[in-house]
Design a protein around this ligand. Structure first.
Ligand SMILES: NC(=O)c1ccc[n+]([C@@H]2O[C@H](COP(=O)([O-])OP(=O)(O)OC[C@H]3O[C@@H](n4cnc5c(N)ncnc54)[C@H](OP(=O)(O)O)[C@@H]3O)[C@@H](O)[C@H]2O)c1
Length: 258
């Protein structure tokens, strides 16, 4: 039994992607537009958004620049989209930022920036879209988190906790929105080659390209899955590690990342 209503025909879907100027979001926009969905793309850089949708029919797509840290800008975009399309069926929050943080170089401003974007941004989106989705008693919400949220990781004092919060939040949302017939999915990618990971100084096991990540997300939504994680050869290992008690997990993680 699937946990959400499976999406069968993308041509009937009006999708709003937040965080779609580059990386996984841009690849997802292209893949969904190619399947015939209507797609609105949002992020801060308007010019990049226009480039993402440029190859497609202007009646099928639009760009709504915004900053997810600014609740008013998200609310204004939501109103503009609703006025133009009469609503939306699926909202995918990909907007996120990454920096590695260690205590020896801890920077509070940088920590706040990551939390305001990755977690605060999601609450700003929820405030804007949940009333309309609940009233429609249809559609869905997708939060893009990370396997970095499963357990504590080295050099991850802020990004990991921001994603752990999203993993928890997605479950809380699922429990409430099920009665309203609004689907909730959680996407937990492993490593994907995007601007976000471009400067990682460490080897990234099983890294995949952004179009492959987009296909995995689409396949998960077509299955009606709650958690969509990929690439499985990496994420199953992370899931197995996450099951260990701290007394085993922490020494093992220290050894693996020494
Ligand atoms: N790449 C990976 O290995 C990986 C792994 C696990 C999870 N993820 C997650 O996947 C999501 C997408 O990441 P990605 O890898 O595709 O990285 P990316 O190419 O850097 O994409 C991040 C997107 O978020 C947007 N964004 C950032 N801050 C924003 C803000 N304040 N307001 C609005 N939009 C904002 C960026 O656009 P602008 O800069 O134009 O605003 C961009 O479109 C993120 O949530 C990330 O944490 C990625």
């Amino acid at each position: 039994m699937s946990m959400n209503n499976a999406i069968r025909d993308w041509r009937a879907q009006r999708v709003w992607l937040l965080g779609a100027s580059t990386g996984i979001g841009a690849a997802l926009a292209t893949a969904l537009l190619t399947r015939g969905a209507r797609v609105a793309v949002s992020a801060r850089r308007a010019q990049l958004l226009e480039q993402v949708i440029a190859p497609f029919d202007a009646r099928q797509c639009c760009a709504l620049p915004l900053d997810v840290r600014d609740a008013d800008s998200v609310a204004r975009a939501e109103q503009a989209l609703s006025a133009s399309w009469g609503g939306y069926d699926l909202v995918v929050v990909l907007a996120g930022d990454y920096q590695s943080h260690i205590l020896a170089e801890f920077n509070l401003a940088s920590a706040r920036h990551i939390l305001d974007t990755n977690l605060g941004g999601v609450y700003n989106v929820l405030a804007a879209v949940v009333p309309r989705l609940r009233a429609a008693r249809a559609g869905g919400l997708v939060l893009v988190s990370s396997v970095a949220g499963y357990r504590g990781l080295p050099r991850s004092l802020v990004y990991g906790p921001s994603k752990a919060a999203l993993n928890n939040l997605a479950e809380a949302l699922y429990l409430e929105l099920k009665d309203d017939n609004v689907a909730v999915s959680l996407v937990n990618p492993g490593f994907v080659r995007t601007p976000l990971t471009a400067h990682n100084p460490f080897p990234m096991p099983a890294i995949i390209e952004a179009p492959a990540a987009a296909e995995a997300i689409i396949a998960g939504l077509e299955r009606g899955a709650f958690e969509i994680h990929f690439p499985r050869r990496f994420t199953w290992v992370m899931k197995a590690l996450a099951l260990l008690p701290a007394a085993l997990y922490l020494p093992l993680m220290r050894w693996l990342t020494r």
